[in-house]
Design a protein. Structure first.
Lengths: 226, 229
Protein backbone atom coordinates (compact mmCIF):
# COMPACT_ATOMS: atom_id res chain seq x y z
CA UNK A 1 0.00 0.00 0.00
CA UNK A 2 1.41 3.36 -1.04
CA UNK A 3 1.22 6.12 1.52
CA UNK A 4 -0.66 9.27 0.50
CA UNK A 5 1.48 12.27 -0.39
CA UNK A 6 0.17 14.59 2.31
CA UNK A 7 1.89 17.91 2.98
CA UNK A 8 4.61 19.60 0.97
CA UNK A 9 7.87 20.48 2.73
CA UNK A 10 6.67 24.09 3.00
CA UNK A 11 3.45 22.99 4.71
CA UNK A 12 5.39 20.79 7.14
CA UNK A 13 7.44 23.89 7.99
CA UNK A 14 4.23 25.90 8.40
CA UNK A 15 2.84 23.32 10.83
CA UNK A 16 6.12 23.37 12.81
CA UNK A 17 5.94 27.18 12.93
CA UNK A 18 2.61 26.89 14.77
CA UNK A 19 4.45 25.19 17.66
CA UNK A 20 6.56 28.28 18.34
CA UNK A 21 5.54 31.06 20.71
CA UNK A 22 6.88 34.57 21.37
CA UNK A 23 9.76 34.60 23.81
CA UNK A 24 11.12 31.20 22.84
CA UNK A 25 14.77 30.64 21.94
CA UNK A 26 14.77 28.31 18.95
CA UNK A 27 17.51 26.52 17.05
CA UNK A 28 16.71 25.33 13.54
CA UNK A 29 18.65 22.44 12.07
CA UNK A 30 19.84 22.19 8.50
CA UNK A 31 17.34 21.10 5.83
CA UNK A 32 13.57 21.33 6.23
CA UNK A 33 13.76 23.25 9.54
CA UNK A 34 15.34 26.22 7.75
CA UNK A 35 12.00 26.73 5.95
CA UNK A 36 10.21 27.51 9.25
CA UNK A 37 10.97 31.28 9.55
CA UNK A 38 9.20 32.15 6.30
CA UNK A 39 5.97 30.88 7.89
CA UNK A 40 6.17 33.10 10.95
CA UNK A 41 4.57 36.54 11.28
CA UNK A 42 7.05 39.46 11.19
CA UNK A 43 6.42 40.15 14.89
CA UNK A 44 7.06 36.52 15.91
CA UNK A 45 8.98 37.52 19.03
CA UNK A 46 11.32 34.52 18.80
CA UNK A 47 15.08 34.53 19.15
CA UNK A 48 16.79 32.17 16.74
CA UNK A 49 20.01 30.63 17.97
CA UNK A 50 22.64 29.59 15.48
CA UNK A 51 25.19 27.25 17.06
CA UNK A 52 28.10 28.92 15.29
CA UNK A 53 27.68 31.81 17.70
CA UNK A 54 24.64 34.00 17.04
CA UNK A 55 21.53 34.58 19.14
CA UNK A 56 19.08 36.69 17.16
CA UNK A 57 19.68 35.30 13.71
CA UNK A 58 17.76 37.05 10.93
CA UNK A 59 16.93 35.99 7.40
CA UNK A 60 19.36 34.37 5.00
CA UNK A 61 20.79 36.92 2.57
CA UNK A 62 20.67 36.21 -1.11
CA UNK A 63 23.61 37.49 -3.14
CA UNK A 64 23.14 40.82 -4.93
CA UNK A 65 20.04 41.76 -2.98
CA UNK A 66 20.84 45.46 -3.14
CA UNK A 67 21.95 45.76 0.48
CA UNK A 68 25.65 46.02 -0.27
CA UNK A 69 28.45 43.56 0.20
CA UNK A 70 27.81 40.27 1.98
CA UNK A 71 29.65 40.13 5.31
CA UNK A 72 32.00 37.12 5.51
CA UNK A 73 31.91 37.28 9.33
CA UNK A 74 28.14 36.92 9.35
CA UNK A 75 27.22 33.39 8.33
CA UNK A 76 24.77 30.91 9.81
CA UNK A 77 25.72 27.35 10.84
CA UNK A 78 25.04 26.19 7.29
CA UNK A 79 27.59 28.67 5.93
CA UNK A 80 24.97 30.98 4.39
CA UNK A 81 25.25 34.79 4.71
CA UNK A 82 22.58 36.09 7.09
CA UNK A 83 21.14 39.24 8.63
CA UNK A 84 20.74 39.94 12.32
CA UNK A 85 17.58 40.59 14.29
CA UNK A 86 17.32 43.52 16.69
CA UNK A 87 18.84 42.45 20.00
CA UNK A 88 21.25 39.96 18.48
CA UNK A 89 24.45 38.88 20.17
CA UNK A 90 27.64 37.03 19.22
CA UNK A 91 29.54 34.51 21.31
CA UNK A 92 32.12 31.78 20.98
CA UNK A 93 31.40 28.08 20.51
CA UNK A 94 31.84 27.13 24.18
CA UNK A 95 29.21 29.70 25.19
CA UNK A 96 26.97 28.60 22.32
CA UNK A 97 26.92 25.02 23.55
CA UNK A 98 26.50 26.07 27.16
CA UNK A 99 23.24 27.57 25.90
CA UNK A 100 22.33 24.36 24.11
CA UNK A 101 23.37 21.71 26.65
CA UNK A 102 22.32 23.84 29.59
CA UNK A 103 18.69 23.85 28.50
CA UNK A 104 18.60 27.55 27.57
CA UNK A 105 17.32 26.71 24.09
CA UNK A 106 13.58 26.08 24.39
CA UNK A 107 13.01 24.30 21.12
CA UNK A 108 15.28 22.58 18.62
CA UNK A 109 13.68 21.83 15.27
CA UNK A 110 15.73 19.10 13.66
CA UNK A 111 15.58 17.11 10.48
CA UNK A 112 15.29 13.37 10.90
CA UNK A 113 16.16 10.11 9.23
CA UNK A 114 14.38 7.92 11.80
CA UNK A 115 12.45 8.44 15.03
CA UNK A 116 11.69 5.52 17.36
CA UNK A 117 8.64 5.01 19.58
CA UNK A 118 10.87 5.51 22.64
CA UNK A 119 11.94 8.95 21.35
CA UNK A 120 15.32 7.93 19.98
CA UNK A 121 16.47 10.04 17.05
CA UNK A 122 18.75 9.11 14.16
CA UNK A 123 19.59 12.05 11.90
CA UNK A 124 23.32 12.30 11.27
CA UNK A 125 24.39 9.35 9.15
CA UNK A 126 23.15 6.22 7.43
CA UNK A 127 26.64 4.78 7.44
CA UNK A 128 27.83 2.16 9.90
CA UNK A 129 31.53 2.79 9.19
CA UNK A 130 31.95 5.86 11.42
CA UNK A 131 31.68 8.37 8.57
CA UNK A 132 29.15 11.17 8.64
CA UNK A 133 28.70 14.62 10.10
CA UNK A 134 27.43 15.21 13.62
CA UNK A 135 27.76 18.98 13.96
CA UNK A 136 25.57 20.28 16.76
CA UNK A 137 22.87 17.62 16.36
CA UNK A 138 23.78 15.44 19.37
CA UNK A 139 24.07 18.41 21.73
CA UNK A 140 20.83 19.95 20.46
CA UNK A 141 18.90 16.68 20.60
CA UNK A 142 19.99 15.92 24.15
CA UNK A 143 20.15 19.51 25.46
CA UNK A 144 17.16 21.45 24.14
CA UNK A 145 14.08 21.56 26.38
CA UNK A 146 11.85 20.41 23.51
CA UNK A 147 12.85 18.61 20.34
CA UNK A 148 10.61 18.75 17.27
CA UNK A 149 11.57 16.61 14.30
CA UNK A 150 10.42 17.69 10.84
CA UNK A 151 10.74 14.98 8.21
CA UNK A 152 9.04 12.94 5.51
CA UNK A 153 7.02 10.09 7.01
CA UNK A 154 8.56 7.48 4.70
CA UNK A 155 11.72 6.97 2.68
CA UNK A 156 11.75 7.15 -1.11
CA UNK A 157 11.38 3.37 -1.12
CA UNK A 158 8.28 3.61 1.06
CA UNK A 159 9.91 2.40 4.27
CA UNK A 160 8.70 4.07 7.46
CA UNK A 161 10.92 6.61 9.20
CA UNK A 162 8.89 6.07 12.40
CA UNK A 163 9.89 2.76 13.93
CA UNK A 164 9.93 0.68 17.10
CA UNK A 165 13.72 1.09 17.17
CA UNK A 166 16.05 3.12 14.96
CA UNK A 167 18.29 1.09 12.66
CA UNK A 168 20.64 3.95 11.78
CA UNK A 169 23.26 5.19 14.28
CA UNK A 170 21.58 7.30 16.97
CA UNK A 171 21.88 11.03 17.49
CA UNK A 172 20.43 10.87 21.02
CA UNK A 173 18.28 8.57 23.10
CA UNK A 174 14.70 9.34 24.13
CA UNK A 175 14.95 12.99 23.08
CA UNK A 176 12.11 13.60 20.60
CA UNK A 177 8.91 15.29 21.84
CA UNK A 178 7.02 15.87 18.60
CA UNK A 179 7.30 14.65 15.02
CA UNK A 180 5.75 16.63 12.17
CA UNK A 181 5.66 14.77 8.88
CA UNK A 182 3.86 15.10 5.56
CA UNK A 183 1.16 12.80 6.97
CA UNK A 184 0.75 13.62 10.63
CA UNK A 185 1.65 15.30 13.88
CA UNK A 186 2.77 12.63 16.33
CA UNK A 187 3.73 13.12 19.95
CA UNK A 188 6.25 10.83 21.61
CA UNK A 189 5.00 9.99 25.09
CA UNK A 190 6.03 7.47 27.73
CA UNK A 191 3.97 4.74 26.09
CA UNK A 192 5.11 5.47 22.53
CA UNK A 193 3.69 7.35 19.54
CA UNK A 194 0.43 9.26 19.94
CA UNK A 195 -1.28 10.42 16.75
CA UNK A 196 -2.55 13.94 17.34
CA UNK A 197 -3.27 15.33 13.91
CA UNK A 198 -3.56 13.99 10.39
CA UNK A 199 -2.83 15.96 7.23
CA UNK A 200 -5.89 17.04 5.22
CA UNK A 201 -7.24 14.08 3.28
CA UNK A 202 -5.17 11.55 5.19
CA UNK A 203 -6.80 8.98 7.48
CA UNK A 204 -5.49 7.63 10.79
CA UNK A 205 -5.42 4.17 9.20
CA UNK A 206 -3.16 5.46 6.41
CA UNK A 207 -0.80 7.03 8.97
CA UNK A 208 -0.69 3.75 10.90
CA UNK A 209 0.00 1.82 7.70
CA UNK A 210 2.98 4.11 7.03
CA UNK A 211 4.31 3.74 10.59
CA UNK A 212 6.31 0.71 11.77
CA UNK A 213 5.21 1.03 15.41
CA UNK A 214 1.83 1.18 17.12
CA UNK A 215 0.08 4.56 17.16
CA UNK A 216 -2.21 5.46 20.02
CA UNK A 217 -4.97 7.86 18.96
CA UNK A 218 -5.14 11.11 20.89
CA UNK A 219 -8.61 11.70 22.42
CA UNK A 220 -8.82 14.96 20.45
CA UNK A 221 -7.34 13.58 17.22
CA UNK A 222 -8.11 16.06 14.45
CA UNK A 223 -7.17 17.21 10.99
CA UNK A 224 -4.34 19.75 10.88
CA UNK A 225 -5.47 23.36 10.63
CA UNK A 226 -3.10 24.94 8.10
CA UNK B 1 55.34 37.29 26.41
CA UNK B 2 54.97 39.83 23.61
CA UNK B 3 53.74 38.23 20.40
CA UNK B 4 56.17 38.03 17.51
CA UNK B 5 55.02 39.73 14.34
CA UNK B 6 55.59 37.90 11.05
CA UNK B 7 55.37 39.46 7.61
CA UNK B 8 53.96 36.55 5.66
CA UNK B 9 51.91 33.44 6.45
CA UNK B 10 54.80 31.30 5.20
CA UNK B 11 57.24 32.90 7.65
CA UNK B 12 54.71 32.52 10.47
CA UNK B 13 54.93 28.72 10.12
CA UNK B 14 58.68 28.67 10.84
CA UNK B 15 59.70 25.52 12.71
CA UNK B 16 56.60 23.44 11.98
CA UNK B 17 57.58 19.85 11.24
CA UNK B 18 56.02 16.69 9.82
CA UNK B 19 53.65 14.84 12.13
CA UNK B 20 52.36 18.07 13.67
CA UNK B 21 48.98 18.20 15.39
CA UNK B 22 47.20 21.42 14.42
CA UNK B 23 43.99 23.09 15.56
CA UNK B 24 42.35 25.25 12.89
CA UNK B 25 39.76 27.84 13.93
CA UNK B 26 36.66 28.59 11.91
CA UNK B 27 33.13 27.37 11.31
CA UNK B 28 32.28 26.85 7.65
CA UNK B 29 34.20 29.74 6.14
CA UNK B 30 33.82 32.28 8.95
CA UNK B 31 36.93 32.75 11.07
CA UNK B 32 39.07 30.16 9.29
CA UNK B 33 42.80 30.97 9.02
CA UNK B 34 42.79 30.54 5.26
CA UNK B 35 46.15 32.24 4.63
CA UNK B 36 47.86 29.97 7.15
CA UNK B 37 46.16 26.86 5.71
CA UNK B 38 47.40 27.79 2.21
CA UNK B 39 50.89 28.42 3.63
CA UNK B 40 50.85 24.99 5.29
CA UNK B 41 49.96 23.55 1.91
CA UNK B 42 52.89 25.38 0.26
CA UNK B 43 55.23 24.30 3.03
CA UNK B 44 54.58 20.65 2.20
CA UNK B 45 54.35 19.57 5.83
CA UNK B 46 53.17 15.96 6.00
CA UNK B 47 51.50 13.68 8.50
CA UNK B 48 49.29 16.50 9.80
CA UNK B 49 46.54 15.67 12.27
CA UNK B 50 43.95 18.41 11.95
CA UNK B 51 41.56 19.44 14.71
CA UNK B 52 38.81 21.62 13.26
CA UNK B 53 35.05 21.93 13.30
CA UNK B 54 34.69 21.06 9.64
CA UNK B 55 36.57 19.82 6.61
CA UNK B 56 35.15 20.19 3.12
CA UNK B 57 32.46 22.75 4.08
CA UNK B 58 33.65 26.06 2.68
CA UNK B 59 36.97 25.74 4.48
CA UNK B 60 40.30 25.26 2.73
CA UNK B 61 41.41 22.22 4.71
CA UNK B 62 40.63 19.77 1.90
CA UNK B 63 43.51 21.38 -0.01
CA UNK B 64 45.81 19.60 2.45
CA UNK B 65 44.46 16.34 0.98
CA UNK B 66 45.63 17.16 -2.56
CA UNK B 67 49.11 15.76 -1.99
CA UNK B 68 48.32 13.60 0.99
CA UNK B 69 49.61 16.03 3.66
CA UNK B 70 46.75 15.24 6.02
CA UNK B 71 46.97 12.06 8.10
CA UNK B 72 43.66 12.47 9.89
CA UNK B 73 41.05 14.74 11.40
CA UNK B 74 39.31 15.23 14.69
CA UNK B 75 36.19 17.17 13.78
CA UNK B 76 32.38 17.44 13.88
CA UNK B 77 31.55 17.81 10.15
CA UNK B 78 33.50 15.61 7.79
CA UNK B 79 31.54 13.69 5.22
CA UNK B 80 28.36 14.06 3.26
CA UNK B 81 25.69 11.54 2.43
CA UNK B 82 25.52 12.71 -1.17
CA UNK B 83 28.23 11.10 -3.30
CA UNK B 84 28.14 14.12 -5.60
CA UNK B 85 29.21 16.40 -2.73
CA UNK B 86 32.00 14.17 -1.41
CA UNK B 87 35.24 15.96 -0.73
CA UNK B 88 38.78 14.77 -1.33
CA UNK B 89 38.96 14.00 2.39
CA UNK B 90 35.89 11.77 2.17
CA UNK B 91 37.37 9.89 -0.78
CA UNK B 92 40.61 9.33 1.13
CA UNK B 93 38.66 8.23 4.20
CA UNK B 94 36.79 5.64 2.12
CA UNK B 95 40.15 4.29 0.94
CA UNK B 96 41.54 4.17 4.47
CA UNK B 97 44.24 6.75 3.73
CA UNK B 98 43.19 9.16 6.49
CA UNK B 99 41.69 8.71 9.95
CA UNK B 100 38.60 10.40 11.36
CA UNK B 101 37.46 10.94 14.93
CA UNK B 102 33.99 12.49 14.90
CA UNK B 103 32.86 14.36 17.98
CA UNK B 104 29.69 16.32 18.78
CA UNK B 105 30.26 20.04 18.31
CA UNK B 106 29.60 21.05 21.90
CA UNK B 107 31.82 18.26 23.15
CA UNK B 108 34.49 19.41 20.70
CA UNK B 109 34.42 22.94 22.14
CA UNK B 110 34.51 21.69 25.74
CA UNK B 111 37.31 19.18 25.13
CA UNK B 112 39.44 22.00 23.74
CA UNK B 113 38.45 24.22 26.66
CA UNK B 114 39.49 21.44 29.05
CA UNK B 115 42.76 20.99 27.20
CA UNK B 116 43.47 24.69 27.34
CA UNK B 117 42.27 25.19 30.88
CA UNK B 118 44.13 22.40 32.64
CA UNK B 119 41.09 20.18 33.22
CA UNK B 120 41.17 16.40 33.02
CA UNK B 121 38.07 15.99 30.89
CA UNK B 122 34.46 16.82 30.30
CA UNK B 123 31.30 15.11 31.55
CA UNK B 124 28.45 15.46 29.08
CA UNK B 125 25.20 13.73 28.15
CA UNK B 126 25.79 14.49 24.46
CA UNK B 127 26.62 11.28 22.60
CA UNK B 128 25.29 8.84 25.21
CA UNK B 129 23.83 5.76 23.54
CA UNK B 130 25.39 6.70 20.18
CA UNK B 131 28.49 5.49 18.32
CA UNK B 132 30.37 8.42 19.90
CA UNK B 133 30.12 6.72 23.30
CA UNK B 134 31.70 3.44 22.19
CA UNK B 135 34.69 2.49 24.33
CA UNK B 136 34.30 5.53 26.59
CA UNK B 137 33.76 5.62 30.33
CA UNK B 138 30.44 6.75 31.77
CA UNK B 139 30.26 8.40 35.18
CA UNK B 140 27.24 8.91 37.38
CA UNK B 141 26.89 12.25 39.18
CA UNK B 142 23.87 12.88 41.39
CA UNK B 143 21.93 10.12 39.67
CA UNK B 144 22.61 11.40 36.15
CA UNK B 145 24.82 9.46 33.72
CA UNK B 146 27.48 11.34 31.77
CA UNK B 147 30.04 10.43 29.17
CA UNK B 148 33.67 11.15 30.04
CA UNK B 149 35.33 12.98 27.15
CA UNK B 150 39.06 13.61 27.19
CA UNK B 151 40.78 16.97 26.80
CA UNK B 152 42.12 18.03 23.40
CA UNK B 153 45.41 19.85 22.92
CA UNK B 154 47.59 20.49 19.88
CA UNK B 155 51.16 21.39 19.02
CA UNK B 156 49.98 24.39 17.04
CA UNK B 157 46.74 26.40 16.82
CA UNK B 158 46.15 28.41 13.66
CA UNK B 159 43.39 30.92 14.18
CA UNK B 160 41.92 34.12 12.74
CA UNK B 161 40.85 37.33 14.40
CA UNK B 162 39.86 40.73 13.06
CA UNK B 163 42.58 42.71 14.84
CA UNK B 164 45.61 42.13 17.03
CA UNK B 165 47.62 44.69 18.92
CA UNK B 166 51.41 44.34 18.94
CA UNK B 167 51.26 42.64 22.32
CA UNK B 168 48.98 39.92 20.90
CA UNK B 169 45.58 40.90 22.29
CA UNK B 170 42.91 39.77 19.83
CA UNK B 171 39.59 41.28 18.83
CA UNK B 172 37.08 39.08 17.05
CA UNK B 173 34.13 40.05 14.90
CA UNK B 174 30.67 38.58 14.34
CA UNK B 175 30.26 34.84 13.92
CA UNK B 176 33.96 34.56 13.05
CA UNK B 177 34.94 33.96 16.68
CA UNK B 178 33.44 30.43 17.01
CA UNK B 179 36.28 28.05 18.01
CA UNK B 180 39.11 30.60 17.75
CA UNK B 181 39.08 31.78 21.40
CA UNK B 182 39.10 28.25 22.89
CA UNK B 183 41.74 27.02 20.46
CA UNK B 184 43.98 29.94 21.42
CA UNK B 185 44.21 28.43 24.91
CA UNK B 186 44.93 24.84 23.94
CA UNK B 187 48.13 24.68 21.84
CA UNK B 188 51.84 24.99 22.54
CA UNK B 189 52.24 27.48 19.70
CA UNK B 190 49.42 29.87 18.73
CA UNK B 191 49.65 31.55 15.33
CA UNK B 192 47.06 34.18 14.41
CA UNK B 193 46.21 35.81 11.10
CA UNK B 194 44.43 39.15 11.32
CA UNK B 195 43.08 41.83 9.02
CA UNK B 196 45.03 44.45 10.92
CA UNK B 197 47.80 44.79 13.51
CA UNK B 198 47.40 47.91 15.65
CA UNK B 199 49.40 49.67 18.36
CA UNK B 200 49.10 48.53 21.97
CA UNK B 201 46.16 50.38 23.49
CA UNK B 202 44.23 50.67 20.24
CA UNK B 203 41.95 47.76 21.19
CA UNK B 204 39.60 48.67 24.02
CA UNK B 205 40.29 46.19 26.87
CA UNK B 206 36.53 45.57 26.99
CA UNK B 207 36.70 44.21 23.45
CA UNK B 208 39.68 41.88 23.84
CA UNK B 209 38.39 38.39 23.01
CA UNK B 210 41.68 36.59 23.59
CA UNK B 211 44.20 38.13 25.99
CA UNK B 212 47.78 38.42 24.69
CA UNK B 213 49.11 35.79 27.12
CA UNK B 214 47.72 33.06 24.86
CA UNK B 215 49.19 34.36 21.60
CA UNK B 216 52.68 33.64 20.21
CA UNK B 217 52.73 34.80 16.59
CA UNK B 218 50.65 37.36 14.69
CA UNK B 219 50.55 38.07 10.99
CA UNK B 220 48.58 40.68 9.07
CA UNK B 221 47.35 39.50 5.70
CA UNK B 222 44.50 40.30 3.29
CA UNK B 223 41.68 37.81 3.58
CA UNK B 224 41.23 35.11 1.03
CA UNK B 225 37.53 35.20 0.08
CA UNK B 226 35.65 32.11 1.20
CA UNK B 227 32.94 30.68 -1.07
CA UNK B 228 29.43 31.03 0.38
CA UNK B 229 26.80 28.38 0.12
Amino acid sequence: MTAPQGLTRELIALRVARELRPGMVVNLGIGMPTLVPSHLPPDHGLLFQSENGILGLGAVREGGDGYGEIDPDLLNAGGQPVRLALGASFFDSATSFAMIRGGHVHTAVLGGLQVAANGDLANWTVRQDGGGSIGGAMDLASGAQRVIVAMEHTTRDGGSRLLERCTYPLTAQACVDLVVTNLAVIAVEAGGFVLREVAPGVTAAQVQAATDAPLALAPDLREMAL
Amino acid sequence: MTATIYDTPDDALDGITDGVRVMFGGFSGAGAPTNLIRALRRRGTRGITGIANNIGYGDFLVELCEDGQLAGMICTFATRASVALRSRFDEQLARGEVTLELTPQGTFAERIRAGGGGLGGVLTRSGLGTPVAEGKTTIEVDGETYLLERPLRADVAMIRAQRADRLGNLEYRGAARNFNPVMATAADLVIVEVDEIVEVGAIDPERVGTPAVFVDRIMQCPRIPVPFR
